[in-house]
Structures are given as C-alpha cells and as structure tokens.
Design a protein around this ligand. Sequence first.
Ligand SMILES: Nc1ncnc2c1ncn2[C@@H]1O[C@H](COP(=O)(O)OP(=O)(O)OP(=O)(O)O)[C@@H](O)[C@H]1O
Ligand SMILES: [Mg+2]
Length: 380
Amino acid sequence: MPTRTLDDPCDTRLDAPELLGIAARIRECSTRAWGPNRAVTIVGRSRAVEEPLERLAKVARFHEPVLILGESGVGKESFAQALHVLSARAKDPFVSVNCPQYQEGNLTVSELFGHRRGSFTGATSDRKGCFETADGGSIFLDEVADLHMSAQVMLLRSLATGEFQPLGSESTRRVNVRVISATNRDLNALAGDERFRRDLLFRLRYFQIEVPPLRARGDDWKLLADHFLGRLARRYGVRKCFSPESERLLERYTWPGNVRELVSVSTAGYALSDGDRIEPRDFVDHLEQESRPAASEVDELYRRLCRESGDFWALVQEPFLDRELSRKEVRRIVSRGLRDSRGSYRRLLEIWRIPSESYQKFMDFLRHHRLKPSHSEDES
Ligand SMILES: Nc1ncnc2c1ncn2[C@@H]1O[C@H](COP(=O)(O)OP(=O)(O)OP(=O)(O)O)[C@@H](O)[C@H]1O
Ligand SMILES: [Mg+2]
C-alpha cells in the first residue's frame, strides 16, 4: 500500500473520486497558499491516522469552527494547514496565532482584532488584527486553552455575531474567516475550573478532530522517518537511512514528543552520521525519554497491537487465558489504549483494528475477567 500523502495524486487509498480531487487540489493550491516551498503533506497509513484525515476532508468544505486535539508534536498545525488547503479558502490567507504568546488582555485583543491609535499605552498607531488579515481565509488559534479571558469574551461575541470592534474603535467590522483552534489540554476540565469559557468551547467545537499520538500509529514512524530523510537528501544531496540496529531501537521507542521528536531525531541522525547509515550513537542523545532502548514487555506488546499485523485476540486474549499475561498487565495495556483513544472504547477498537462487530465480544471479555480500568465507562 502506498504512503498516505495528501498531496500525492497517486494515492489510491483515497478512493472516493471527490477525495482524489481534493488531493490534487492540495498540490495545486499549496504553492499559492504557502509560498513556493511550502506544501502540506500528511504522511501515514495507519487506521489511527486515516480516520481523522477522512473526517478532515469531510469538514473542510464547511465554514463552521474546527477544534483540533492531540498531544504536543502530533501534527495539529499540519492538520490545520491541510484543512485550510482542502477548503474553498485555500487561495486566501492562513493566519496562525500563538495564543500563549500574549499574556496581557489588551495585547491579545489587539493581536486578534486590531486597535485604534491611543486605545492603550503603547498604541501609537492604528493596527489591523489577525482576523482582518485572514479575511476570506482561516485563522489558526494555536494553544487556544491559553487565550486570555478578555480575548475569549471578544472571540465569543465575534463568533456569535460575525462582527467585532477593534480596541478603541466605535465602529464594528465584519470579516469572513474560518476559525480553527488547537490544544493539547482538556478544555472541558478547564471550563469546569472556570479557566476557559464553556460557551466559547461550544462555539469552537462545531467539529472536533483528534490527531493520535505517534505510538498509536503502528509502523507510520518508518514512513515518516523516510519522508524526513528524503527531504534532507533533496536539500543536502546525500541519501541516508537508519541502520537495522537503529530501526530495532526506534521500533521499541514510545515517542513522547511525537512527530516533532521524530523530525529532530531524523535530522540529528542525518547530520551526525559519518556514512550513509545512521547508527544509534548518532541520535540517542536526541531521544526525549531517558529509558531509551529498554522498553518493557507491555510497551512492546502495546506497539505490536497498534501495528497492521497486530491481533488483539492472539496477542492479549490467548496469553491472558494461558496465564502468560497477568490481569494487571492487561489492564495497563487497556488503560494506555484508552488514553490514546481519549477514553473511547469504540475508537480503541479502531486503533487496534478490531472489527466494530466484535465490540460486544471485546467488552464481554474485559468485563468477564475484570480487565476494565476502574475509571472507564461503556459506550452504547
Ligand atoms: N503526518 C505528518 N506528515 C508529515 N509531517 C508531519 C506530520 N505530522 C507532523 N509533521 C511534522 O512534524 C512537525 C510537528 O508538527 P506540528 O507543528 O503540526 O505539531 P503540533 O501538534 O502543532 O505540535 P505542538 O503541540 O508542539 O505545537 C512539523 O514539522 C510537521 O511538519
Ligand atoms: Mg503546534
């Protein structure tokens, strides 16, 4: 099966003609949307990544806000860019705002909505905000959980009415912007603590896309590493690859820093290796986790479950019934799966490629043997 690359016109797994058209449009528009060297490429072919990509292609044609969730470094911004490029707004701007950068209320509001000269100390001239710059296109609110409260109020109002007032201005403005936001935090919990407005959360989350962690994407890390090494080869003229020993090490690694960490490991390995083979010594210092090579058996089993060939019944059920795996170990595996599926058993089945018809069998097995982590709940 070919690599899932949204800008690859030969990707036969996007079999709906409409999606093929979309893939072609990414190629066509990316240069204009991102400048000559900027294309949006989403590499991966695991089911875990296919599901959010399909959802992304579906919601791209709408104008309602999208919330993108996922751990740090999973590719939330890349997904946001792909969403923009797939939409009818592709030729208009994509403006990215890093919300935590602005700690002060006026500055945040001004960054988003602009200000009139003299509206606060330091406002020496009129300034256009990101919403106006993005008119016709999309605005990306990165780390939206850290958006200042006063900006949350203004954003809510502008999402409700389609209008906003620059700071210090008497008149309102109207722009046509799609809001895409992203976070790695639990907005529901923040809303519970009154640190994020619940009414704003509802407005931002018309559609929700969850980008899975790299450890739940089976062998995708190899495709991604190949993609990054290929990019370096085009830039620096030498083709390099990971040695078999490096591959064995990386295969067991859990990627706490996700795709961003893989980019840095590939780049360090490429730069520091002497020949065309990248050896562990060339990159181990760049792995985030201390316990690099020694993954536990449970870690290893979990990774095998997420791979294409992984079979839950053979890898977990049988060894458990044969007492080769303890209840505690199976609970740990299920618990980790639920973390990666954000608490959903149905999504967990997708990540482990268990057919949805086996949902009941799966739940019965867990229930019967008391393997469910105590905090989890069934879904109907
Ligand atoms: N599926 C993918 N295919 C190719 N490149 C990817 C993919 N996902 C992420 N990347 C690359 O990995 C890096 C990190 O991705 P990105 O910045 O989108 O992650 P993020 O979730 O926004 O991270 P953070 O939480 O740290 O802000 C970028 O260089 C991006 O181009
Ligand atoms: Mg980001």
